[in-house]
Design a protein around this ligand. Structure first.
Ligand code: NAD
Length: 577
């Protein structure tokens, strides 16, 4: 049996399921299945593109095949080394060392520019791995949905007085204006509907709108703003929920809504604005003109895209002034707008908060973040067993976990290998992984389970406009912790450890660390699971304690979320000069 990647780029891009191993161990087989899976659920597998316009799984198809072949031949005494999506070689290591070490596009500061990235990427010398694309950890909407769900739920509690667990009551009759129906953005109307929130999502590419409608996530597709507003008004009056897909350009639709005096309850955007060349269609361009301009006149295209983003951002400021809850959803839209605007106008842009500082940091300070598991068997029965286990282990103490699993298991359509994102914290992740390892060992589960997380997590991300905006100790742009995290994960024997830096529009903006580890049921695996998962979340707690977050110092005192994950904080960062 061969890997679907060895047959690419014309294969069906389906990850292997079932108990049959092609690699020598489940550790390597699990990573190979994840590599196949990001192509199965990705945006454009023929080009190895997984999401966010340019986020790739490997540098090119020759490298992809070389990586798949190496994974199939790998034994536990070896470590496969990848550099920017290319298979470099094998190191003799040992059974408790990582099987794969990957570094993607890490570049010294002076060279970390978009232009230099495009030049090298065009010459086949590098790639951008996004966060989870190049590390084969992306699980499609099964993962993204929860981040957006947590975000809208937190907004309901912060701004609309919702009690925990009763978010839908406060969101009834309200709606969110947003844009982008790409790999990440397509989760927005679905997450909103899961919380009883209506949505108007603007998307310039009709094919993306129809794709999401085919997935059952949109109630109405229109090009007519009046029709869209009527549907939202009707939903508000009748206490129902509607998801409207408006085919149009956000840089034109947002100002049009402002000039009509419309005030959405929540406003954000998830176009791929971080990349002014490949991620955002300027106002006035058709899709064909946009694609042609990428090759013919990229400088003019980037100028026009930033000007359009500035127009969109000014409309967002007008919504904020009128009373909408407005935030940036991690796509660098504000930075792009600022590059176009005068200094005085730029100062205003920072009135729009980033989602992390505004809503998610208190969770990260406790090591609670986007943990995920993937059933390597492909079995939905395995998925059910794991959902039940999560509710049994955490549902009493953290009711939001039980509520999330209940909603997710009924409302998130499977995509690729069955997977679940679940925001667990320090001590909880390792406790869960050990319980799962035991279920693999006694054959309750059909096959092993892979654990991973988004790179945008407690210790593992630095991006001064996304993960680490407004850190209390001013460490917004400091990359010490993602690098320490990768070292700690390698030292504790995770199966794959990846260090990613920005490319394209994110060049010079981000550094992250990723981890994957397979629970194959063996006792020695239980040791590595506990060590690496606790090291990952523990470092996140220590990072936030050092930066001055009380939730983190309390977590150190209590032994994490389970009371059973001790940490020693030496007070780093808190001592006076
Ligand atoms: P994508 O490239 O798959 O999709 C972007 C979509 O925006 C496309 O469908 C495109 O047609 C549409 N679009 C572009 N310009 C438009 C315009 N002017 N008006 C309306 N629609 C327009 O990207 P994605 O994977 O969905 O990611 C979106 C952004 O979110 C990226 O910048 C990504 O880096 C960021 N992101 C945020 C988080 C987070 O945690 N919040 C996580 C991952 C990614």
């Amino acid at each position: 049996m061969t890997s679907s990647i060895l047959a690419g780029p014309t294969s069906s891009y389906r990850a292997q399921r079932g108990p049959h191993l092609r690699a020598k161990t489940w550790r390597a087989e699990g990573l190979l299945r994840m590599f196949e899976n990001v192509l199965e659920v990705g945006e454009n597998p023929d080009e190895l593109i997984v999401y966010a316009s340019l986020g790739k799984a490997a540098r090119n198809w020759d490298e992809a095949r070389a990586i798949a072949a190496a994974l199939m031949a790998l034994d536990e005494e070896q470590t496969l080394v990848l550099a920017s999506g290319a298979a470099v070689g094998l190191l003799g290591t040992g059974p408790s060392a990582p099987l794969v070490l990957s570094a993607v596009n890490n570049t010294v500061g002076r060279w970390a520019t978009s232009d230099r990235f495009y030049e090298r990427a065009d010459a086949g010398q590098t790639m951008w791995g996004g966060l989870t694309a190049g590390a084969w950890q992306y699980i499609g909407r099964q993962g993204v949905l929860q981040g957006t769900y947590e975000l809208f739920g937190t907004i309901a509690r912060h701004h609309f007085g919702a009690a925990a667990g009763r978010e839908s009551d406060a969101l009834a009759g309200r709606w969110v204006l947003t844009s982008g129906m790409g790999g990440m953005g397509s989760s927005q109307p679905i997450s909103a509907a899961m919380l009883g929130l209506s949505s108007l999502t603007v998307e310039v590419d009709p094919a993306k709108v129809h794709r999401l409608a085919d997935a059952g996530a949109l109630d109405l597709i229109t090009t007519d703003l009046d029709e869209a507003l009527d549907a939202l008004a009707h939903a508000g009056d009748s206490a129902s929920v509607v998801a409207v897909g408006l085919i149009g350009n956000a840089a034109e639709v947002y100002p049009a809504l402002v000039s009509r005096g419309v005030v959405p309850d929540i406003v954000t955007d998830q176009t791929a604005a971080h990349d002014a060349r490949y991620g955002y269609v300027p106002a006035g361009y058709t899709l064909d003109q946009w694609r042609a301009a990428q090759a013919e006149d990229p400088q003019r295209l980037e100028r026009d895209a930033r000007a359009a983003m500035a127009t969109q951002v000014q409309a967002m400021l007008a919504f904020a002034d009128a009373g909408s809850v407005v935030f940036e959803n991690g796509n660098n839209l504000r930075v792009q707008a600022i590059e176009h605007l005068s200094e005085a106008a730029s100062a205003q842009v920072n009135r729009i908060p980033g989602f992390m500082e505004a809503y998610l940091r208190p969770l990260f300070a406790r090591g609670i973040g986007p943990f995920r598991w993937v059933c390597l068997s492909g079995s939905s029965q395995d998925q059910r067993v794991l959902d039940d286990l999560a509710i049994e282990m955490f549902g009493q103490r953290r009711r939001e976990v039980a509520r999330w699993i209940d909603v997710a298991r009924t409302q998130i359509p499977p995509q690729g290998l069955p997977a679940r994102s679940c925001w667990l914290g320090h001590g909880e992740r390792s406790a869960f992984a050990l319980a799962v390892n035991a279920l693999v060992a006694d054959h309750t589960l059909e096959a092993p389970v892979l654990f991973s997380r988004d790179h945008l997590d407690s210790a593992s991300m630095t991006h001064p406009r996304i993960g680490t905006e407004g850190m209390r100790d001013g460490s917004d742009g400091v990359t010490d912790f993602p690098l320490l995290d990768a070292m700690a994960l390698a030292a504790t024997g995770a199966d794959l450890v990846a260090v990613h830096s920005g490319g394209g529009g994110y060049a010079g903006w981000m550094q992250s660390a990723g981890v994957s580890i397979v629970a194959d049921g063996r006792p020695e695996t239980a040791v590595r699971l506990r060590r690496s998962l606790d090291a990952d979340t523990g470092l996140g707690v220590l990072r936030h304690a050092s930066a001055g977050y009380e939730e983190a110092s309390a977590s150190v005192t209590s032994g994490g979320e389970t009371g059973n994950a001790p940490l020693i904080w030496l007070g780093g960062g808190s001592r006076p000069r």
